[in-house]
Every structure is written in C-alpha cells, then in structure tokens.
Ligand binder design. Structure first.
Ligand code: URA
Length: 188
C-alpha cells in the first residue's frame, strides 16, 4: 500500500470539499508534532481556537491537556496530535457519522505516515471510532488493546475534565500509565 507523506495528506485536506464543514472552516486543522512520533493522540474535532489557528488542542481544553503532558514529562513536540475531523463543526457539536466517514481516511493516512507505536484517543468520540463503536469511556479508559502494529487506548477528553474536575485524578493515572508504556516500548 502506498504510504503518503504528511505534506501530501495535508495538501489533500487543505483542498478538501467532501463535506459542508469545508464551507464554514477558517482553517483546516491537520495535525501537529513529531512526524515520526512513537505516540499519537487523536481528538474529536477542532473547536474555535483551533479553527482560528489551524493547530489542534490550543484552546482551553488544549491548555489543560498540555498540563498533563508536562506533569508526566512528555514533550508536546515529541508526540503527534490530530483529530478525527479536520474542520470545526458548527457550535462545537459532535461530529456526524457522515462527516467522520468522509474524513477518517485522512487520519488513517496520517497514522500510516507517522507509524506510531501507541495511539491514545482523547475522549469517547475518537474511541468509538478507532477502538470499538460501543466504547464506554468511564469503564474502559486507560486500557490498552493490541491493534496489529500498534497499541491503542483512550483517556478522558480534556473538555470532560474541564466540565467534571473529579475525573482529573483518573486522567493523571492514565497519562502516567501511557508514559510508562512509551518508555517500555522504547527500551524494546
Ligand atoms: N477538542 C478536540 O477534540 N480537538 C481539538 O483540536 C480541540 C478540542
């Protein structure tokens, strides 16, 4: 199978007109970080700050996420961060199944290009798309599953932590587990 480069995939996203979100976007939010990252995070869809900047996870939720990365000693520049959708849904509503279907190929190409060893879904929406349709974030966060060449898990979405701070302890525990898993993999 042909593996496209991230720049090729970015170009395809920037000219994408597959769904109506392309008409309301300010910027495509393609993805950011280390193009050869061992660890890839996948969120749901851009919010307002991301739409304005073209960079994932830079708004309130993103700033909270940065604090977790820092707390467990993971450099944001060392990981790759992308979303299921590359364009912002109006008023930050959940992605529609059709929008996900039309956009998911870009993410799959990004995964092939980056070839991470660990993929971590940020929140239920990404987990339901990438792990299993009936994924239950409260019961199943922080559990790694094998998926061919990589391992995959989900943690709470940082927006959920803003809404419900009682989940923050669980998020820290999951992020520490991810850090340890990454170190184990790197040691071989
Ligand atoms: N929420 C997401 O799921 N992704 C972003 O990029 C920002 C907020």
């Amino acid at each position: 199978m042909e593996v496209k480069t991230l720049e090729e995939i970015r170009g395809e996203c920037e000219s994408c007109r597959r769904c109506p979100l392309s008409e309301t976007r300010t910027n495509v939010v393609f993805g950011t970080g280390n193009p050869r990252a061992d660890l890839m995070f996948v969120g749901e869809a851009p919010g307002e700050s991301e739409d304005l900047s073209g960079v994932p996870f830079v708004g309130r939720a993103g700033k909270l996420f940065d604090q977790y990365l820092e707390a467990v000693g993971i450099e944001r520049n060392d990981v790759y961060i992308a979303n299921i959708l590359k364009c912002r849904p109006p008023k930050n509503r959940d992605p529609l199944p059709d929008e996900e279907d039309l956009c998911i190929g870009y993410l799959r190409d990004q995964v092939r290009a980056v070839s991470p060893k660990l993929i971590v879904c940020l929140g239920r929406i990404a987990a339901m798309r990438l792990i299993k349709p009936d994924f239950k974030i409260t019961a199943e966060h922080g559990v790694f599953a094998e998926r061919g060449p990589f391992r995959i898990a989900a943690v709470y979405h940082p927006s959920a932590l803003l809404r419900d701070p009682s989940k923050r302890g669980a998020m820290l525990a999951d992020m520490l587990m991810i850090r340890d898993e990454l170190e184990r993999i790197r040691k071989g």
